[in-house]
Design a protein around this ligand. Structure first.
Ligand code: C2E
Ligand code: CA
Ligand code: CA
Length: 750
């Protein structure tokens, strides 16, 4: 149940996620960016290195051509085509000076495969590769793989050319063994200038040249994918290219490869990619710095924001308080924002709607706090929707109070909007599993009104004042604060100044409103209600002066005036032997000292000869803190034989727990309960039936007598009877009556 929607926590999570996502994005962007820079840089430096590799391949090619050229210079058409092996060897020997130092050996071989060197030594051809190429494949020239020489173990490769007789028929071939080490010298620069090394792979995949001489004449290791790929792609397509790898030590290496045409070899120029290492290191550094920056950013975003907010909040420069339950703004924030709206649009009209739940405390007691919270959350969502739809602001005040504030074009438009909202809310609350009703207080801020510079705070007060006088229109229970209230305030000031005089002049008088039992329709009591007979203004109803007197404290004097009048009346009737009923008198909230109250009350009471059972005291709900006072007063009244009723039950601040603390006898349900549940035809509607029934049921369970105020229609009465309400007070039976009329009423209804 404790799924608290805490906007602060949500904000924390949101900020965290947002900054994390932002950091990831930044890292991604910077890393691809640095990668781009690096590859651009590399591509540039590669171009030149590749040219070098191609140059070396060309060099090797030329050198091999030179060797073939040297072989050509040893050739003599006449001798080679017609002569014997010895003639040929002799000719070669004669031209020995033309043999370059790289040639370790020059030899002639015949069709049968017998090879003879320049010293005249003969042996069968050892390298079948060149023999096969010349003899069987008909090649004109051929270069072999590298091998170690049989003679002195030096590494060599052989170059051979075919020899034809005068009829152009193949008769054999001649060639030379080239000293690899000397051939290799042409690449010496590469090893010195560049930190790289050159290797050459032949078409069989064997190394002709390798910085590690042991590799010569061996094929590259089978698992060395680098060379395999180069060898195969290059040899297949006669092309050159670049491949980047990590060598066995994990160092990045780039191989620039180039095709050596005449023998069909591949030259590989292997460079440890130091640039890449440096760049990679730099990139790593950049990435680390970026991540660090992101973390710092994240921290600043995350904590900075909250620290700033808290600081600002502490200095009350801003209001960021949210209602933890609903996530709506706090009242402070709401007032602040609404005031800003007023300040921004000086000529605009505004509308404040005050919404609260009827019988709010009851719901909490009947269905539990969890259910109540659900209702509040549910309602908050509706309120937010309305505020958003009207580009306004909203908040939850204390407990079940919601406020919506928005700009309007006219009061009429506002009323149309309000009625739409209220009707919609009515349908929604109606469909809610626990039916509940709403009360609305409306206040307007109109620029043309005299009372300019009005703040939201004032509007809130006005709406709440207005709600004291709710009226019913169709299904809606609402009250509008209008200038009549202003007039009333002026009136109050006027009345206040005259209160003492009025009491002295006996301008106050008491009316009695009968209470009727629903069991037999007989009178079982009455409530004493005060009036003011003002010399200029006529009869003033208590709602116009009691709230005022409560503020000035004068109300206690009025209360005691009523007590005295009631006792006087009952005493007279009892003495005359007329029937009497119990009379309820109101006790205002201002009586705060139980002992003093009781003392004063008994002092008046004892002046007359009226049994205590004929007096009932109606107390009004107070704040929780004041339950103790109510409890003490009630106990003292009980000790003296009086009964106590809780007036306007269910509309006030206190809750059912109050009932366990304050041992009242009667629960008087406020008129607004019936108002909210009666439709335009005066009938009780279905949904409220259940609602009210649950209230009565609860009162019964707590063993309280139940009285319903404001019963105006027969269907209301019938309904209350069905659900077992004990008695009613309302215009259906009688309005408050003058003493004379009340006496008549008793006679006819007892
Ligand atoms: P209350 O104590 O809730 O009194 C009930 C009010 O509801 C009375 O208004 C009564 O006339 C009215 N009422 C009763 N039945 C119906 C009905 O069927 N329809 C309608 N529309 N109204 C009905 P009243 O006499 O104007 O009194 C208003 C309030 O003034 C009282 O509410 C009570 O809070 C206060 N008040 C009246 N007399 C005294 C008093 O002697 N002392 C104190 N402290 N407060 C008093
Ligand atoms: Ca009352
Ligand atoms: Ca009442």
């Amino acid at each position: 149940m404790g799924n608290k929607l805490n906007p602060k926590v949500i904000k924390y999570i949101f900020t965290a996620v947002l900054s994390a996502v932002a950091s990831i994005l930044i890292v991604l962007v910077t890393s691809t960016f640095s990668k781009k820079i690096m590859s651009f840089y590399r591509r540039n430096s590669f171009e030149t290195t590749k040219l070098i590799a191609d140059g070396y391949a060309e060099l090797a090619n030329e050198r091999l051509n030179t060797y073939f050229g040297a072989l050509d210079s040893l050739y003599d058409e006449e001798i080679f085509s017609k002569g014997t092996t010895l003639d040929i060897i002799y000719h070669i020997n004669k031209n020995k000076s033309k043999i370059p130092p790289e040639f370790l050996d020059v030899f002639y071989f015949d069709f049968e495969g017998v090879a003879t060197d320049i010293h005249g030594n003969t042996q069968y051809v050892t390298d079948r590769a060149y023999y096969n190429a010349i003899v069987y494949s008909g090649s004109k020239s051929f270069i072999t793989a590298a091998q170690s020489s049989k003679v002195d173990g030096k590494y060599i490769f052989m170059m051979v050319k075919a020899v034809y007789d005068k009829n152009a028929r193949l008769k054999g071939g001649y060639g030379c063994a080239v000293d690899l080490y000397q051939f290799e010298e042409i690449f010496q620069n590469a090893n010195i200038i560049q930190k790289g090394s050159i290797s050459i792979i032949d078409k069989y995949g064997k190394f002709i040249i390798h910085k590690n001489h042991e590799m010569i004449s061996h094929s590259y290791p089978q698992d060395d994918k680098r060379y395999i790929r180069i060898a195969t792609t290059t040899l297949a397509k006669n092309k050159s290219g670049i491949e980047s790898f990590r060598d066995e030590n994990g160092i990045p290496v780039t191989i620039f490869y180039s095709y050596i045409k005449s023998p069909g070899w591949v030259l590989c120029f292997t460079l440890p990619d130091e640039n890449m290492l440096v760049i990679e290191r730099k990139r790593l550094l950049i990435n680390i710095i970026t991540i660090l920056c992101c973390v710092i950013l994240l921290f600043t975003l995350f904590f900075g924001e909250f620290m700033t907010i808290e600081l600002f909040q502490r200095k009350s420069l801003i209001f960021v308080d949210f209602d933890p339950l609903t996530g709506l703004w706090s009242l402070d924030r709401f007032e602040h924002e609404a005031d800003k709206m007023i300040a921004r649009h000086k000529k605009a009209k505004f509308f404040l709607l005050d919404i609260d739940i009827l019988g709010y405390k009851f719901i909490s007691q009947n269905h539990g706090d969890a259910e109540l919270k659900k209702i509040l959350k549910f309602l908050s969502r509706e309120v937010k929707k309305v505020a958003d739809e009207n580009q306004g602001v909203c908040c939850r005040g204390d407990s079940d109070h919601f406020f919506i504030f928005f700009k309007i074009t006219s009061v009429q438009q506002a009323m149309r909007v309000f009625k739409m909202i209220a009707r919609k809310e009515y349908n929604i609350t109606d469909s809610y599993k626990i039916p509940f009703a709403l009360k609305f207080g409306l206040a307007f801020h109109l620029p043309e009104e005299k009372y300019k510079g009005i703040s939201t705070h004032v509007l809130i007060n006005q709406a709440s004042i207005a709600k004291k006088n709710l009226h019913k229109e169709g299904d809606l229970l609402y009250a509008i604060y209008d200038s009549k209230f202003l007039k009333r305030i002026q009136t109050e000031y006027f009345l206040e100044s005259q209160s003492e005089k009025a009491l002295a002049n006996h301008e106050f008088f008491v009316l009695y409103q009968p209470k009727i039992s629903l069991k037999n329709e007989k009178i079982i009591g009455a409530e004493a209600l005060v009036r003011w007979q003002h010399p200029e203004r006529g009869v003033i109803p208590p709602n116009d002066f009691i709230p005022l007197f409560e503020r000035t404290g004068f109300v206690t004097k009025v209360d005691f005036f009523v007590y005295e009048e009631v006792l006087k009346f009952l005493d007279a009737r009892l003495r005359a032997g007329h029937p009497v009923v119990q009379v309820s008198v109101n006790m205002s909230r201002n009586h705060n000292k139980p002992e003093k109250f009781m003392e004063d009350f008994l002092a008046v009471f004892n002046k007359y000869n009226v049994p205590a059972k004929y007096i009932q005291v109606e107390i009004i709900e107070r704040s929780f803190a004041e339950n103790r006072i109510l409890a003490e007063i009630t106990t003292r009244l009980h000790q003296n034989g009086f009964t106590v009723a809780m007036d306007d039950f269910g509309t006030g601040e206190s809750s059912l727990s109050m009932l366990t603390q304050v041992p009242i006898d009667v629960l008087k349900f406020d008129r607004s309960f019936l108002l909210s549940s009666t439709n335009a035809n005066g009938e009780i509607d279905r949904r409220s039936a259940a609602f009210i029934e649950s209230f009565i049921g609860l009162s019964k369970r707590l063993d309280k007598e139940t009285v319903f105020e404001g019963v105006e229609t027969e269907s209301q009465r019938d309904f209350l009877r069905v659900i077992d309400c004990d008695c009613v007070q309302g215009y259906l039976y009688s309005r408050p009556l003058s003493q004379v009329d009340f006496e008549k009423f008793i006679e006819t209804h007892i």
